[in-house]
Design a binder for this molecule. Structure first.
Ligand SMILES: [Zn+2]
Length: 472
């Protein structure tokens, strides 16, 4: 059995060094955005209790990362987050004492500062790929799987209550040998420190060879590549906010553009904002500009309004009704928002059946029904759809895996959790729509999972093109 044992040490002067580093951060220039691997970093009394390159007699070798601790057992269950956007390349259960290991590959323009340590040294260099490694984790979220994308600040696990004192063991690598027996053992195998019985300890016999093979001192690396304390995607959206991952996804994928540091998540979304977000999410980019004030289709949207090209396209394609006014700055109800969103994604609804890309989406079951969405209402068909389709489980997106498999959930009665409400006439909030538009995008990227596809050939009656041909 391989063991990677890191014993916890009493507080040392490393804490002083780290406080100094922390106070210097705002002056450091960095091309890539890297944060700390702990959600509560900076808010609690974290301490580096073991540095890289330290020799441990028990393991006959040198430590390839740093250990971050809270006093006593306070770090049990603390959230560990990805330091930068990347791809998970390794997820590995070491053993009950040591918990899980997660390794993430990050691409970007990184700068590795030089380091001179009593046991090793290396020169500065630039690199476009690094790996971050997190050990002693527990309760990994479902989306933490190999080859899955991960966002900076997203939780990848929690510090486990291992047998050796809870802490986070954290490493940075400039090279990765991901097919070795474990990601922590890399480079030349002759450098692995072993127990007397021949098992690897997870430590290295030669510290200089360890860094020559790719180990990088984590605090120095983070200091030099740090841009912003990862409190959240926006100043008013911390990472532990319920919709943070959706808002961050929308921000990073150009679905929302924010001109300042604030997102205003709990504000009502406007009709113009909603229409633009729907178009961005649906990847409809080649829109014709408005040349006259008539092009918008509405009296209150002039040709120079930024939303004009969206309303023009939406009216031409019957995504929105061609009334006199569009009211771009007005709030919009949740029912109306869902209707417009599904229209922009070109969902066709005929006789209670749903179609996209000329195929039917099978919705046999009504798993979620809302007390305030009666079948007699015009919005029933939209809300029924968006609340009951499932997003395919094989979707590799971390957001879907983390938040469940339905596009929208509605509300639950506090006294009876089996009673659901949708709030069709409530106004749609910006945070709510960030979730709905993100999930809708993922659904329509792969709407025909094995459980909900009916192909044209199998069911010609439900093919809208066939219906047209026979004049129904
Ligand atoms: Zn360690």
């Amino acid at each position: 059995m391989i063991t990677y044992l890191d014993r916890k040490l009493p507080k040392t002067i490393f804490s002083l060094i780290f406080v100094t580093i922390f106070s210097m951060l705002i002056t450091v220039y960095a091309e890539s955005s890297v944060g700390y691997p702990l959600l509560n970093w900076g808010k609690k009394n974290w301490d580096i209790t073991q540095n890289m390159g330290k020799y441990y007699e028990s393991y006959n070798g040198y430590h390839s990362g740093v250990d971050w601790n809270l006093p006593g057992n306070q770090d049990i269950g603390e959230e560990v987050i990805a330091i930068a956007n990347g791809t998970i390349v390794k997820k590995y259960f070491i053993n009950a004492n040591n918990g899980w290991l997660v390794a993430i590959e990050h691409e970007g323009n990184f700068y590795i500062p030089s380091k001179v340590h009593s046991n090793y040294k290396y020169l500065s260099e630039k690199t476009n790929k690094i790996y971050s490694i997190y050990i002693h984790l527990d309760d990994l979220p479902l989306y933490v799987g190999e080859n899955n994308k991960i966002l900076r600040g997203q939780v990848i696990g929690y510090i486990t209550n291992g047998g050796n004192g809870p802490h986070l063991h954290f490493e940075i690598r400039k090279n990765g040998t991901i097919n070795s027996e474990s990601f922590t053992l890399f480079g030349d195998k002759s450098n692995y420190a072993k127990y007397q019985n021949g098992e690897n300890t997870g430590y290295y016999k030669n510290a200089q060879k360890m860094v020559d093979d790719g180990a990088v001192d984590p605090p120095g690396f983070i200091e030099n590549n740090y841009s912003k304390i990862p409190d959240g995607p926006f100043a008013d959206v911390p990472y532990n906010y319920w919709a943070a991952q959706y808002i961050q996804y929308c921000s990073e994928n150009d679905i929302i553009t924010s001109s300042n540091e604030l997102f205003h998540p709990e504000k009502e979304i406007t009709r113009a904002e909603l229409l633009k977000m729907a178009y961005k999410a649906a990847n409809i980019h080649s829109l014709n500009a408005c040349y006259t004030n008539y092009d918008s289709g509405f009296s209150d949207v002039q040709k120079d309004h930024w939303v004009c090209k969206y309303t023009k396209h939406a009216v031409e394609n019957n995504y929105i009704a061609n009334n006199t006014n569009f009211y771009p700055d007005n709030k919009i109800t949740r029912a109306e928002a869902v209707k417009i969103l599904l229209n922009v994604f070109n969902l066709k609804i005929e006789n209670g059946k749903y179609y996209t890309k000329d195929k039917q989406i099978n919705l046999n079951e009504e798993i979620i029904s809302f007390k305030d969405v009666p079948k007699s209402e015009w919005y029933y068909k939209y809300i029924h759809f968006i609340a009951n389709v499932t997003i395919p489980a094989n979707n590799n997106n971390s957001i879907i895996r983390s938040w469940g498999s339905r596009i929208i959930d509605g509300y639950v009665d506090i006294n009876n959790r089996n009673i659901h409400f949708f709030g069709p006439n409530d106004y749609m909030l910006r945070e709510q729509f960030a979730k709905v538009v993100t999930n809708t995008k993922f659904f329509f990227e792969n709407p025909f999972s094995s459980t909900n596809i009916i192909s044209i050939g199998n069911d010609p009656e439900h093919d809208p093109t066939v219906k047209e041909r026979i004049g129904l």
